[in-house]
Design a binder for this molecule. Structure first.
Ligand code: SAH
Length: 238
């Protein structure tokens, strides 16, 4: 079972969005587990101090290693320990799939300028980033990571095929979707139909059309993905 322990200074933020929709239902059904620890509970002084000024000076505050370590010791076993951080390895679908297969995951949410380096090193934390921008805390990043993992747990999504066809699963972005009505009238009176091939019921042709669209969209929007897709496919055909 996928069990996640989240350590945060803002425990009230959880489960938050993870308690709704797919991930929320899965949590209720016991398909995954979430426990949340308030790091502040492990502060030792009367003021419940969790941060201090950085050695060497400079702006901002740093989360104290002694307090964070006590919080971590309270949630053993750890499994992999992830520190959400803009310096980390970028979260991808492949990494989400890998993490979704873990029995236990410990997620540490940073605040302020970040975490004392010694505690990162001592616990051998894996730093993971949700993208090249700076959030004010690791909580939203942890939720993004968990959401991406939880929907991959068997039984969470109604339709297992949905996941297989999605963006990134085959190295491509997804093809466009259409649903009823077949003729949609825009607010200014234009009538838009759907690509004819989709209503013809010819499954092989539909699959080929979707593949083509996926490739087109990936080529136009994400040259980086397109290049690795091409490289992989020439590798395969060798
Ligand atoms: N001073 C840090 C940023 C601190 S932001 C730096 O320049 O790298 C405060 C906390 O928010 C971080 O410790 C981290 O836990 C979280 N955070 C911010 N941006 C993030 C991102 N892109 N991915 C994951 N976590 C992030």
């Amino acid at each position: 079972m996928f069990a996640a322990s989240v350590l945060t200074l803002f425990p009230d933020m959880f489960p938050g969005p993870l308690g709704a929709s797919l991930s929320g239902k899965a949590l209720e059904k016991g398909l995954w587990k979430l426990s949340v620890t308030d790091i502040r509970d492990f502060a030792e002084d009367v003021h419940k101090t969790v941060d201090d000024t950085p050695f060497g000076g400079g702006a901002g505050m740093v989360m104290k290693p002694d307090v964070v370590s006590k919080a971590l010791e309270s949630v053993r076993p750890h499994g992999r320990i992830v520190f959400l951080s803009p310096r980390g390895r970028k979260l991808t679908q492949a990494l989400a799939a890998e993490l979704a297969g873990q029995e236990k995951l410990t997620l540490l949410c940073g605040r302020y300028e970040g975490l004392d380096q010694r505690v990162i090193d001592h616990y051998g934390m894996e730093e993971i980033s949700v993208g090249d921008y700076v959030l004010s805390g690791g909580e939203l990043a942890a939720m993004v990571l968990l959401d991406a993992c939880v929907r991959l747990i068997p039984g969470v999504m109604g339709n297992a095929e949905t996941a297989e066809e999605e963006s990134f699963e085959n190295g491509l972005l997804e093809y466009p979707h259409y649903t009823r009505p077949a003729l949609w009238t825009t607010p200014d009176g234009e009538v838009h139909g759907v690509p004819e091939i989709l209503t013809g019921g010819h499954h092989a042709k539909i699959a080929a059309w979707r593949r083509e669209k996926s490739e087109e969209i990936t080529r136009e929007r994400r040259p980086d993905l397109w290049q690795s897709y091409l490289a992989k496919n020439t590798e395969k055909s060798k």
